[in-house]
Design a protein. Structure first.
Length: 382
């Protein structure tokens, strides 16, 4: 169906995508030029940073674009999403440290110039300990008992799949062969302190700062969005990184809650807790998704999709502004609605998003409104 839609409109590539921008799709990134420049410079000055915005505002795409910019400047940077257990705060710190260590190891394994600072044994030891700890925890959760056994040696572990063949071979003492037997292994399981120790030991060998771009960090404490404890929980995890940050060998950029902006501004103005600025040295708030921003997003989508005509051919007058108003300034909702409109126009046999197509999609979205209320809503959009 997707190819039929592209053929119908003349798109060479998908007009929009709902997943966070990455890879070649980062060419679709628009409007956040100044925040990107500012944070890239701050990181080069060894400052820890935050990118602030509401849910669905584009923080994930921003961090991926920032990673691309840093790498283009020859800086080691790693974007990753940290899947924090928001319903079990007691494990939040452990999971955060474990995710950080895992992605440091991934970055080392993927960059020969970093890898050359370590012996094979050092890397394999860290990988095995980390993955064994994860395996044991999973066993405890799934079968409620500790077996002390792990199957398949290193080749069945996700992180270990990144180990270059020659490194595996040197450890095994034979070219390209791995053991596959289930065996007993005695490896100490990681806790918070040992995870910190491992992070310090790895970072100490970096000759230049390595930058970790951590997404989904704004989910901390947000199981109940009205919880008064979210900021306290967030700051406690940030405190955990203070020692790591002080080494200046690892720098962090976090995605942060929109509500934190006021606290940071108060701290900067001397009206709040200034210690917060010791954790987040610099920060940027994503630009508001206004009508001009929405138009830029559509124009870039037209360019990247290879659409052969101009914007007025694809959209009837005032439609883009109406879509923007209906989405209440949310980028994610805007993109979602754009995709639905393209699908509806295709089903209606049209090659333009006109008012009839828009209203048909609106009626599905606002099916809880009475006819009178729906009419008032449509009128408010134009």
């Amino acid at each position: 169906m997707k190819n039929e839609i592209n053929s119908h409109f003349g798109f060479k590539k998908d007009f929009f995508t709902e997943v966070p921008l990455s890879g070649e799709n980062l060419e679709r990134f628009v409007n956040q030029t100044e925040p990107l420049k500012k944070l890239a410079l701050s990181l080069q000055m060894k400052r820890n940073c935050g990118i602030i915005g509401g849910f669905g505002s584009g923080k994930s795409s921003f961090l991926r674009k920032l990673e691309q910019i840093l790498i283009s400047k020859g800086i080691f940077a790693k974007y990753f999403q940290v899947n924090l257990p928001i319903d079990d705060y007691n494990r939040t710190r452990l999971v955060f440290l474990r995710s950080t260590l895992r992605n440091i190891l991934v970055l080392i394994l993927q960059n020969k110039s970093l890898r050359d600072s370590f012996t094979d044994e050092e890397l394999i030891s860290e990988i095995n300990r980390l993955e064994f700890s994860i395996t044991i925890e999973n066993q405890e959760k799934n079968i409620k008992k500790l077996t002390g056994e792990i199957a398949g040696g290193i080749k069945h572990n996700l992180l270990s799949m990144l180990i270059p063949v020659e490194l595996k071979a040197s450890l095994k003492g034979e070219t390209g062969k791995e053991q596959s037997e289930t065996g007993k292994i005695s490896i100490p399981i990681h806790n918070e302190n040992t995870l910190l120790d491992s992070i310090f030991l790895l970072a100490d060998k970096f000759t230049e700062p390595v930058i970790m771009l951590i997404d989904e960090f704004d989910k901390i404490g947000r199981k109940d969005l009205s919880s008064p404890q979210w900021d306290k929980q967030l700051l406690q995890v940030l405190e955990l990184t203070r020692e790591i940050m002080n080494t200046e060998k690892l720098l962090f950029t976090f995605s942060l809650q929109e509500e934190l902006y006021g606290k940071l501004q108060d701290a900067r103005q001397g009206k709040g807790d200034s210690s917060l600025l010791g954790l987040i040295n610099d920060y940027e708030k994503l630009n508001d998704f206004n009508a001009d921003y929405a138009l830029q997003v559509v124009e870039k989508a037209i360019e990247c999709s290879g659409y052969p005509n101009d914007i007025s051919t694809l959209f009837a007058p005032d439609i883009i502004e109406a879509i923007h108003r209906d989405c209440n300034g949310k980028v994610r909702l805007f993109v979602h609605e754009m995709i639905e409109l393209i699908q509806q126009a295709y089903l209606d046999g049209k090659k333009q998003i006109d008012k009839d197509v828009f209203i048909k999609c609106l009626r599905k979205k606002w099916d809880n409104l009475s006819t009178e209320k729906f009419g008032e809503h449509v009128k408010s959009l134009f």
